[in-house]
Design a binder for this molecule. Structure first.
Ligand SMILES: NC(=O)c1ccc[n+]([C@@H]2O[C@H](COP(=O)([O-])OP(=O)(O)OC[C@H]3O[C@@H](n4cnc5c(N)ncnc54)[C@H](O)[C@@H]3O)[C@@H](O)[C@H]2O)c1
Ligand SMILES: [Zn+2]
Length: 361
């Protein structure tokens, strides 16, 4: 078992990494002083696999545990599902000492967290991430929310969980495409922060692909440590935390335009290729560095180009993003591996060159 800590003004909490759910009840008791009932929020793929196992463990702590299930997928990440969660919570007589669990991937965690942040102005919340992406990224740091009118994560809050409990066994059932999408966010930590994570992934790519446990455990631990460090320094994304958006500017536009037929991690892979290309155009990194990044993404079957989209549509969609302020688009470029550069000063032409680069004829 591994244990890390997140320490932000909005809350301090442990990240526990374990094989199995066996000590989650103890961890819950340590993390939360007053507990009555629990609401487990999960999706239609994860609930049949893991809800019973989780409930069996936490039943020893709570008087009552109820499970709410929504249809799996990004398409469910909207206020309609949040409404259903509120109704369910009222039905189950949830009160101020009810604890909300998010059992699932990033879609589930973001929504469960948003419901917890807003129900009765905030009830305690525990993340139980079950995808690689959510275990290395979304469950840590307290960003919660939903999509609205097709714009990604435009409604939300900063709301830290009381505990992040990562059961690595859950990855056994994760479809390969989803695992690979998670690898996009793992690889992201290399260029923006950690040459160590980057070279570990390059050197051990075969073992990672075979899901050898020691490599997966190491990746999760190292990525959570990076994420925790970044979030500790800048909880509310007024500076440093922006580096985590590497690949997400163009990535989010592609994700929106593809109407979620591509996975979030796949769009981030495409977006990273674009941002890296802009970084070479600006003279920061060599073309070889772009190739190295694309090679490792492609090794994990991630796309680095997109077809069926027009340059203009991608460009215009950039301005819908919540991070576009005063018509300025924030980009994270790479100065050298491990050293990011945040800028809002790219010209239209520089951005369009990056977009053209990732469009497949
Ligand atoms: N809050 C943040 O800081 C943050 C960071 C990155 C991404 N995100 C958000 O996370 C979301 C993407 O997360 P995701 O990739 O985990 O998607 P997801 O939650 O949709 O999960 C992916 C798929 O895998 C299934 N699944 C989950 N765990 C499983 C398991 N153990 N076994 C079998 N199937 C399983 C799910 O049912 C779903 O079909 C996006 O909405 C993105 O915006 C948030
Ligand atoms: Zn992401």
């Amino acid at each position: 078992m591994d244990r890390l800590f997140v320490d932000t003004p909005g809350g301090s909490y442990p990240i526990v990494i374990n094989k199995g759910f066996q000590n989650i009840a103890e961890e819950v008791k340590k993390a939360i002083s007053k507990v009555s009932s629990a609401i487990v929020i999960s999706d239609s793929n994860v609930a049949p696999l893991y809800a019973d196992k989780l409930v069996a463990e936490i039943e020893t702590v709570f008087e009552k545990v109820s499970v709410f299930t929504f249809e799996a997928g990004e398409k469910s990440k909207h206020l309609g599902t949040i409404n259903e969660i509120y109704s369910f919570m009222l039905d189950k007589k949830a009160d101020r000492s009810t604890v909300v669990f998010g059992l699932g991937g990033g879609v589930c965690g973001d929504m469960a967290g948003f419901a917890a942040a807003t129900f009765m102005r905030g009830v305690d919340f525990i993340q139980v991430p079950t995808t690689l992406l959510s275990q290395v990224d979304s469950s840590v740091g307290g960003k919660v929310g939903v999509d609205f009118n097709g714009v990604k994560n435009i409604v939300g809050a900063f709301y830290q969980p009381k505990l992040v409990y990562i059961n690595t066994d859950t990855l056994d059932t994760l479809p390969e495409r989803e695992f690979n999408a998670g690898m996009a966010e793992v690889i992201k930590y290399g260029p923006i922060f950690s040459p160590d994570v980057y070279s570990f992934v390059q050197k051990n790519k075969e073992n990672i692909k075979k899901s050898e446990l020691w490599t997966i455990e190491k990746i999760i631990k190292d990525c959570c440590a990076v994420k925790a460090q970044v979030v500790n320094e800048d909880e509310k994304e007024s500076g440093l935390r922006e580096i985590l958006n590497f690949g997400h500017t163009i990535g989010h536009a592609v994700e929106t335009l593809k109407e979620f037929s591509l996975l979030h991690g796949e769009c981030v892979a495409i977006g990273m290729a674009a941002a890296m290309k802009i970084s070479t155009d600006k003279g920061y990194v060599t073309k070889e560095k772009v190739k190295t990044l694309e090679d490792i993404l492609e090794y994990f079957d991630l796309p680095v180009r997109v077809s069926g989209l027009a340059e203009d549509d991608i460009y215009k969609t950039l301005f819908l993003d919540k991070k576009a302020r005063n018509n300025k688009i924030g980009f994270v470029l790479i100065e050298k591996i491990g050293t990011p550069l945040r800028t809002k000063e790219l010209t239209e032409e520089e951005i369009r060159n990056g977009i053209r680069y990732i469009i497949e004829e």
